[in-house]
Design a protein. Structure first.
Length: 273
C-alpha cells in the first residue's frame, strides 16, 4: 500500500513540466514559465529534477553553492526573483552523475524536502525526459498538484507526449494543458515564418485528450541565445512578444490552480413550489 504523499513545507502547489521526449525545449519552457508566473505577482520556485543532466545553473546564469544551515537544510538560490535549486549547484560542473535509479530518486527527494522554500505559491518542477524512476517517485511520494506537457508539432515528439499524458492519467495527476513549442521558425534576419516541424500537432493532441492548448511558442534564435547567456527571454525582454506569450500561459496556469474545487458537493436548487 502506497504511503500518502508528504507535503512540501513552504509550498502551495507543485507543477510538473514534462515532455516524454528530450530536445523539445521543455527546460526553456519551464524556466520562462516560472519567470512569467513570478511576473504575475506569484511567489515562485524552480526545481531542476533532471539529476543526470541538470541545466538550471546555465539557464539562470549562475554557478554558486547553496548555503547550508546548521540543521543541514539548503537555502534556495535566489535568481531573477525565483527561488531555485539544482543538483548542478552541488556537484562540479563537469561531473557525470553515474548513479543507479534509487540513488537519483533519493537525490530528488533531498532536493525537494531539504530545501527551505519560503512561502511559495508555485514550485515549478523541470522533469527529465521520459517516464522513468524520477517521474514515478514524484507522482507517488510528492503531492504534485498538476502537470503541463511540452511538445513540438512533430509526430515523433507527439508520440512521446502521449506517453507522458497517459502516465499522469494513471497516477491520477491532472494535466493543466499542452504547450506547443517550436510551432514555427522565425528567421532572425527577415522575420519569415516557417512550420519546419509540422503544423497543428499540439492542437490535435490537446483535443484528443480534452485538455487546453495553453499556447504555441516559436523556434527563435533569440530565445536560444537568451538561455545560453543565462538571461531568459522573459527577463531579458519583459515587454516583448515572447514574454507576452509565456505570461499568457502563466495566467491560464494560475486560473486553473485558483479555480474553486467543488467536486463532491451537492447541487442546491431553490424552487418556489
Amino acid at each position: 500500500m502506497l504511503q500518502p504523499a508528504k507535503p512540501v513545507e513552504g509550498v502551495r502547489h507543485l507543477i510538473a513540466i514534462a515532455s516524454g521526449k528530450g530536445g523539445v525545449g521543455k527546460s526553456t519552457v519551464a524556466v520562462n514559465l516560472a519567470l512569467a508566473l513570478s511576473q504575475c505577482k506569484r511567489r515562485v520556485g524552480l526545481l531542476d529534477a533532471d539529476i543526470y543532466g541538470p541545466s538550471l545553473p546555465l539557464m539562470l546564469g549562475a554557478q554558486v553553492k547553496p548555503e547550508i544551515t546548521g540543521a543541514k537544510k539548503m537555502q534556495p538560490v535566489l535568481l531573477h526573483g525565483l527561488q531555485a535549486m539544482s543538483i548542478g549547484w552541488l556537484v562540479e560542473a563537469t561531473s557525470a552523475m553515474i548513479w543507479r535509479g534509487p540513488m537519483a530518486t533519493t537525490a530528488l527527494q533531498q532536493l525537494m524536502y531539504d530545501t527551505l522554500w519560503d512561502q511559495l505559491d508555485e514550485l515549478v518542477i523541470d522533469l527529465p525526459p521520459g517516464t522513468g524512476d524520477i517521474h514515478l517517485t514524484l507522482a507517488q511520494k510528492m503531492p504534485v498538484t498538476a502537470a503541463v506537457i511540452v511538445t513540438t508539432p512533430q509526430e515523433l515528439a507527439l508520440a512521446d507526449a502521449r506517453r507522458a499524458l497517459e502516465m499522469f492519467r494513471r497516477v491520477k495527476i491532472p494535466v493543466i494543458g499542452i504547450v506547443e513549442n517550436m510551432a514555427e521558425h522565425l528567421c532572425s534576419h527577415c522575420g519569415h515564418s516557417e512550420m519546419i516541424f509540422g503544423e497543428g500537432g499540439g492542437e490535435a493532441l490537446a483535443a484528443a485528450y480534452e485538455v487546453p492548448l495553453l499556447g504555441s511558442l516559436p523556434l527563435s534564435g533569440r530565445i536560444r541565445e537568451s538561455m545560453d547567456q543565462g538571461c531568459p527571454m522573459v527577463v531579458k525582454d519583459p515587454e516583448g512578444a515572447f514574454a507576452a506569450k509565456y505570461r499568457a500561459i502563466a495566467e491560464q496556469v494560475i486560473a486553473y490552480l485558483e479555480k474553486p474545487q467543488m467536486d463532491g458537493f451537492p447541487e442546491i436548487i431553490i424552487r418556489n413550489d
